[in-house]
Design a protein around this ligand. Structure first.
Ligand code: ZN
Ligand code: MN
Length: 245
């Protein structure tokens, strides 16, 4: 159900009857132990799992995202789009898929800073897309309170804005792509100060030198598996409810 692996005939026969999932991520630093494509791997793999629960197909992910806030741009490798670029890229993909008959879309976001720009793309898309329906969601917003309590029982929950390259992203990568995790480089870290405002250009003391914002050593493959299954169940339920079976 990966669109890039389908033939045009298979695509033609499926596109109008399936929910079409568009994963959106980033190329962004995720500490010394995780690759730059964490925000792509997680929503793409969750999308594949969702396909096992309902009739869906997965578009190739958008592998770049809007600029990382809080100092992420200071790290080598964090390669980000201007907002207009992300809007136009998302809009082009939605329009083209609509032209082929796609009507039910699920934008599955893996990078916090993308939300406003993806939303704008969907708003522009819907001006000329009769009969289309779109759900936009970020995976961390689908984590249940019970799962948060369980995952953070020992470490304590720092809030999602601190959960960068920390427990949940590390655990999900240990589950989805263990070969990409440098286990010997997993550490706990935290910001010395967390301003309640934005500073431009960002000073280099608002993010730990490691790029990890919280306690990554509390991650495990088992936590990642449990988390992935809970989130996939939640996303599948949302898709059924809002977009149909
Ligand atoms: Zn991330
Ligand atoms: Mn991110």
């Amino acid at each position: 159900m990966l669109v890039e692996q389908m033939t045009w005939e298979e695509y033609r026969d499926e596109v109008s009857r399936r929910t079409i999932i568009l994963p959106v991520g980033s190329l962004e630093q995720h500490g010394p132990h995780l690759p730059l494509n964490v925000d792509v791997v997680i929503p793409t793999r969750l999308a594949k799992m969702v396909c096992e629960e309902l009739d869906a197909m997965v578009l190739p992910p958008i592998a770049y995202g809007y600029k990382a806030q809080g100092g992420g741009q200071l790290f080598p490798g964090t390669t980000s789009l201007d907002g207009t670029t992300l809007i136009n890229l998302t809009l082009d993909i939605l329009r083209e898929t609509y032209r082929h008959g796609g009507r039910r879309f699920l934008v599955l976001n893996g990078h916090y800073e993308n939300v406003a720009f993806v939303t704008e793309a969907v708003q522009l898309f819907l001006r000329n897309a009769d009969g289309a329906r779109v759900v936009i969601l970020s995976w961390w917003d689908q984590v249940s309170d019970e799962m948060v309590d369980e995952l953070f029982a020992e470490a304590g929950f720092p809030g999602w804005e601190m959960e960068h390259a920390a427990i949940t992203e590390t655990a999900l990568m240990q589950y989805f792509a263990p070969d990409l995790v440098r286990e010997d480089k997993i550490i706990d870290d935290q910001s010395e100060r967390m301003p309640t405002y934005s500073i431009f250009p960002p000073p280099d003391d608002i993010i730990p030198k490691s790029g990890i914002l919280y306690k990554a050593t509390y991650a495990s493959r088992e936590k990642g598996e449990k988390l992935a299954k809970q989130v996939v169940g939640a996303i599948a339920q949302i898709a059924r409810q809002e977009l149909g079976p």
